[in-house]
Design a protein around this ligand. Sequence first.
Ligand code: UTP
Length: 288
Amino acid sequence: MKIKKAVFPVAGLGTRFLPATKAMPKEMLPVVDKPLIQYAVEEALASGIEQIIFVTGSGKSALEDHFDTNRELERILKEKQKDTLLRSVQSIVPESLNIVYTRQSKPLGLGHAIWCARDIVGDEPFAVLLADDLLQSEVPPLYQMINEFDRLRSSMVAAMEVPSEETHKYGIIDPGLEIGGTVQVVNMIEKPSPKEAPSNLAVIGRYILTPRIFKHLERHQKGAGDEIQLTDAMSALLAEQPIFGYKFKGKRYDCGDKVGFQVANMAFALERPEMREELIENLRDLVG
Ligand code: UTP
């Protein structure tokens, strides 16, 4: 039961970033010089994933082009002897990687987007990565989760404690027994108010799911925000199979949110030796 396939739902409207996302997917927004989606794909590759399944919607051709060869650009870079840039463009898609695209005809919610990948995933456990959750850690978070999956053989979600007043932004876990950073999930609630929230342990955008989830997603039941929610299908799955929350080791930037996105840009830019000094000087000037 090796995890070989990863689903990337990229068919959302990205309304929080309009007008930037009018003609360009949110997942193509760059952090420093790489689109969000490329960070997530690199994480999947570093975790042993062999097939990437993009669930796209209308207006996502920039994303498809990004993961395709651009012969004209490569020719020009070669001619101008820009070797480092050439390598950075050529290495986006390793030859061993298999990419498949499918469409979500209407943005009916994350749960629906994942359901659209059911025939490509087939009858095996698979990973889901939400590119707008940008994670930074020494060991790729998905790799950490796959190791834990090998031990527990059950569905799991990445989990993180969030400030209690922010529970309404997340899927929240009702936690059971915790052993070494892995928590048994008793229940999951999508975007509860701080009063209704059973804890402050939030679900972050990395999942490993057993194919049984499709049975629950196919009901197309609408939940919070009138969308078909993955959290609701996972709550239903809990009646049949255990689910675990994995407190991954690393940092998380919410790049679906404007502030989180700016912070991610700062954090990643400050790690680049060629940018760091100049950036700090400019930040000092700006803040005064
Ligand atoms: P979000 O709710 O964060 O994304 O979905 P959104 O709806 O695009 O953004 P806002 O809230 O309007 O600004 C989480 C992930 O699920 C995908 C999104 O592309 C994102 O990666 N998604 C969401 C779909 O693929 N289809 C949907 O119908 C909804």
